[in-house]
Every structure is written in C-alpha cells, then in structure tokens.
Design a protein around this ligand. Structure first.
Ligand code: SAH
Length: 343
C-alpha cells in the first residue's frame, strides 16, 4: 500500500488526472471508475484495459479490500453485522438491515470516535483515524456484493462522527451518488451528528438533499452536558439555531434522535422542555430505547415511559416515531463489537 493510491477513493476527474500523470488517456477514467464501483478488487479483472495499462496501474495503485473478520446474522430479523479489518489492522463495523422498503446499510465514518458520549460503546475503544471516502464506500459495496441485492438506503450512524471527517464525508456522498457508480440518491442517505455547529452550517450550503439526523438526547444544557461532552463546546441554543438555519436553507426536515435512558432524560419535565425547544421546526423526533452498554450503568426507559414521552410530544403537534430494535441479540448497535475486539 505504501506510496500507492486507492482507486476506490477517487472521483472520475481525479482518476483522469492520475491517468494523465501516467501518460495515459483520460477517457479510461470512467472505465476504471465503473469497475471499482462494481466491487472489482483485482486490477487484472479490468478486461477492457490493455495489459500494459493494468501493469502500470498495479505499480501505482491498489483497490481497498476489507477482510471480513466476522459476520453475524440475526435469527430474529435477518440483520447482519460485519466486522471489517482495515489495511492498518484496525477494525470497523457496518450493519445491514432489512426494511419493508428494502435494504439499508449503516456505515462507520471513523475508526473510533472522539466525541465521548457517555452511553455510547464507540467511546470506550478510543479514536484511531478518519476513514477515507473510499473506505466508507467500500462498506456499502462489500455488503452489496455479499448479499447480491440492491442497497436502497445508507445511514452514516456507525462508529465515528461523520461531521468530524467532513471533507471525506462530502467526497463519499459524491462517489456513492455518481450515476456511473452505485447511483444511490442523496435523499436515500442519512447523516447523523452529535451536533457540530459549524459543520451543520457548512453542510446546509452543499446543496445535497440528504437527511440530517441530530443526536439530541436531552432538552436542556444541564442534562445534555452530563451525557454528551460536545454540549460544552456547542450548547443547545447554538445547536438549535444551526438546525433552524439548516431547515430554512435546505427545506429538508431534520430528524432529532432521542435515546431514552431510565431516570436520566426521560421524565415528563424533559418531554415538555423538548416540545418547547423544537416546536414549530421542520423536524421529526425518533425515540430510541437506549441500548445497554456494559459499564455505563444506563438502562432503557420502560414501555410506559416511552409511550408517555411520545404522547406528550404528539399533543404539542410534533411528529414522533419509536425506533424498532433490530439485531439486538447480535450486538448490532453501534460500536459494541469493535469495543469487544479492541479491549
Ligand atoms: N456520531 C454520530 C453518529 C454515530 S452514533 C452521532 O452522534 O449521531 C449513531 C446514533 O446512535 C446516535 O444518535 C447516537 O447517539 C446513538 N447511540 C449511541 N449509543 C447508543 C446507545 N447505547 N443506545 C442508543 N443509541 C445510541
């Protein structure tokens, strides 16, 4: 890998310039792009390129290729969890979920995470590095080729904070949306953030109609600070202001994620404060019974509490869904397996 470029991490223009630097014709770029975006891992399989060009490419380039370390398949709902080994031996997780509308893949954006949310399993295993756009793309490609089915939706809700890896995220969105590649519509892609305010504002100007999901988890600074350190940097008034600007510029509805943790953020008072905080916004709330992660001491709220929380928000005219739990017996929730492997 030393000194070589990853062909999966290149847009057609970049491939064109790369070919030019090798003294080759630019029009080959699209052919190479099509091959790697089909999931071809061997440069010699690019049969419409001359042998000489393939040899040249092999000297200067490689194609990212994860080793599948583990694949767990839920007997209950068919959810699949993949553990991929990266070229530098770190591991990441991706999850395949089946919904009535098709297959959805949840991918990681970083090897580890710096954000430190107290309820999240990714925090425990530390941060190593950003994933490249090609490594984000290859999670989708590898799973697609493993199941031999079309992937309709992608959510960037696995390990890492995607807006902390902003440039690679934007490049990934362009790669996956390319009509000569996987051609997945941006409206079928969700980016989830713990609330990096400057990047939310930057994203609003990209003219990319993705769905933005904001991990709120608390309706006041005091509660949020306790579970999400990022709130010290970007308090709620700044975050909500950025979200409002985002919805105005993009005219896209924001999803607020709210994981209900027993006795921490799930009282009627919290629900009321949340209703006041987001009233009138172009948004929707997704309530998630928190996944218990060992050593956090957090437990899920009861069914009754979740229902009460939902009812109160709905009485204020807020749209609410409660997330269905998939793959719980295979630890499908984010970060749980990397943590077990790393520690
Ligand atoms: N860093 C991004 C994306 C990764 S986390 C973010 O914070 O949004 C994806 C989602 O899972 C976030 O909403 C996160 O808060 C939530 N999450 C993390 N650990 C969880 C747990 N133990 N139970 C329920 N949701 C959890």
């Amino acid at each position: 890998m030393e000194g070589k470029v990853d062909l999966l991490n290149m847009e057609i223009d970049e491939l064109g310039n790369f070919l030019k630097s090798l003294g080759e014709q630019k029009f080959r770029a699209r052919q190479i792009f099509e091959w790697v975006n089909k999931g071809i891992k061997d440069i010699d399989s690019m049969t419409n390129l001359s042998k000489a060009l393939r040899e040249k490419l092999k000297l200067k380039a490689y194609i990212n290729n994860f080793e599948i370390v583990k694949k767990l398949i839920s007997k209950v709902d068919g959810t699949r969890k993949y553990i991929f080994k990266l070229y530098d031996n770190d591991v990441i997780e991706s999850v395949l979920m089946k919904y009535s509308y098709g297959f959805s893949v949840c991918i990681s954006s970083q090897a580890g995470c710096k954000m430190g949310c107290s309820f999240c399993a990714s925090t425990g295993a530390g941060f190593n590095r950003n994933l490249s756009a090609g490594e984000m793309l290859d999670q989708v490609l590898t799973i697609k080729n493993d199941i031999k089915e079309r992937i309709g939706n992608v959510v960037i809700m696995g390990i890492g904070e995607p807006l902390d890896n902003y440039d690679n995220l934007i490049k990934f969105l362009r790669l996956i949306n390319n009509k000569d590649g996987l051609n997945i519509g941006l409206r079928h892609i969700t980016v989830s953030t713990c609330g990096l305010v400057p990047q939310i504002l930057e994203l609003s100007k990209e003219n990319m109609p993705i769905t933005l999901s904001v991990s709120l988890h608390a309706p006041d600074d005091e509660t949020r600070r306790k579970i999400m350190p990022i709130n010290n940097k970007y308090p709620l008034d700044k975050l909500i202001e950025a979200c409002k600007i985002y919805t105005i510029i993009t005219n896209r509805r924001i999803t607020f994620e709210y994981s209900l943790i027993d006795g921490v953020n799930d009282s009627l008072e919290h629900a009321k404060k949340l209703a006041i905080l987001i009233k009138g916004m172009l948004c929707h709330v997704n309530l998630i019974p928190v996944n218990t992660v060992s050593n956090t001491g957090y437990e899920k709220s009861s069914k009754e509490t979740i229902q009460m929380f939902k009812d109160l928000l709905e009485r204020h005219g807020i749209k609410v869904t409660v997330r269905r739990e998939l793959g719980s017996e295979i630890n499908a929730a984010c970060g749980q397996l990397r943590r077990n492997i790393i520690s």
